[in-house]
Design a protein around this ligand. Structure first.
Ligand SMILES: [Zn+2]
Ligand SMILES: [Zn+2]
Length: 317
């Protein structure tokens, strides 16, 4: 399986500001102090030694994650990252490809998870077939409302792609070829659903958005069961520990809780996702550092890896 992150911010798109760029440049200049960067080669050498934190941005698009499983392309949520995925897809596929099939899994229909669809260029092509999977009722209608003429100039019916809407049940399991997909409900206002994909002994879980505070232990145990031994868990973690205590019923979680659950469930790789719009890159990296210290202090023997989701980050499972 190959995973690519196209949108990793929650709630609203958060493009980096000029001030953010200036802060990064300042940091790089500090690191360059005393180093000979007088030639292009020496500058290249210096830059190649810098971390991703210094050299790039986490990204400002809202949730969209691509998962390639054998010859299939799965998409989880249609935040603004979907637009960039669509443009990239059309570039990377051979021009002569007659038929493009995509499987889109919708966790819920809060704006940040569907607002990329009207800008998804492949949806306007008649050689594209889209399969939507969801648990909420009337998802087709919800998407149509998003493209009502009062909110968007092109109605969904004018998008030329062929669309299939697959209503699935909570806690159900189904197959696409020999790929297994399972779903379970997350604790979030208006409900949200996580998806688990299993293929040839590997497993990927997309679990954004969800809150775990004050849930009965029976419900927590169900999550631990659902996350059991996942190779990758994409986890809703915009909050710091204190925010998690303050923001009850907001429907989101923290890296620390993600670590507790992942260690219990023996997850291999925890991906911190749905970064808060009020946190700049520096603040998000700070949350990662706190998370790493927490893991080290409480679960030093655990092999769990904790990573930040960053736009266009690619990982092979
Ligand atoms: Zn969200
Ligand atoms: Zn939400």
């Amino acid at each position: 399986m190959e995973v690519c992150f196209w949108g990793v911010r929650g709630s609203i798109p958060t493009p980096p500001t000029s001030e953010d760029l200036r802060n990064k440049i300042t940091r790089v200049l500090e690191l360059a102090a005393g180093i000979d960067i007088s030639t292009a080669e020496k500058r290249e050498q210096f830059l190649s030694g810098l971390s991703e934190k210094e050299l790039g941005f986490i990204g400002g698009n809202t949730p969209c994650v691509e998962l390639k499983v054998k010859d299939k392309i799965f998409i989880f949520d249609m935040g603004t990252g979907l637009r960039e995925f669509g443009n990239d897809l059309l570039k990377r596929l051979p021009k002569e490809q007659q038929h493009i099939e995509l499987h889109i899994f919708i966790g819920h229909t809060h704006w940040d998870h569907v607002q990329g669809f009207p800008f998804f260029v492949p949806a306007y092509r008649n050689n594209v077939e889209l399969h939507f999977y969801f648990v909420h009722p009337q998802v087709k209608e919800r998407l149509e409302i998003q493209q009502d003429y009062r909110f968007f100039p092109v109605a969904m019916e004018f998008m030329a792609s062929k669309k299939h809407f697959h209503q699935i049940e909570n806690n159900s399991q189904f197959m696409i070829d020999d790929i297994v997909i399972k779903t379970t409900e997350l604790n979030h206002p208006g409900k949200c659903f996580a998806y688990r994909v299993e293929y040839e002994g590997k497993s990927f879980i997309y679990a954004s958005d969800g809150e775990y505070n004050y849930l009965p232990s029976s419900r927590i145990n169900k999550f631990i069961e659902f996350y059991d031994k996942a190779d990758m868990l994409v986890f809703d973690a915009p909050f710091s520990f204190s925010e998690e205590i303050e923001k009850i019923n907001w429907g989101h979680s923290s890296a620390l809780l993600g670590i507790d659950l992942s260690v219990k469930a023996k997850v291999k790789e925890l991906i911190l996702f749905h970064h808060a719009p009020e946190n700049d890159d520096e603040a998000v990296f700070q949350l990662l550092q706190t998370a790493e210290e927490y893991r080290e202090k409480n679960y030093s023997s655990s092999p769990l890896e904790v990573l930040l989701a960053r736009e266009r980050m690619k990982i092979t499972i």
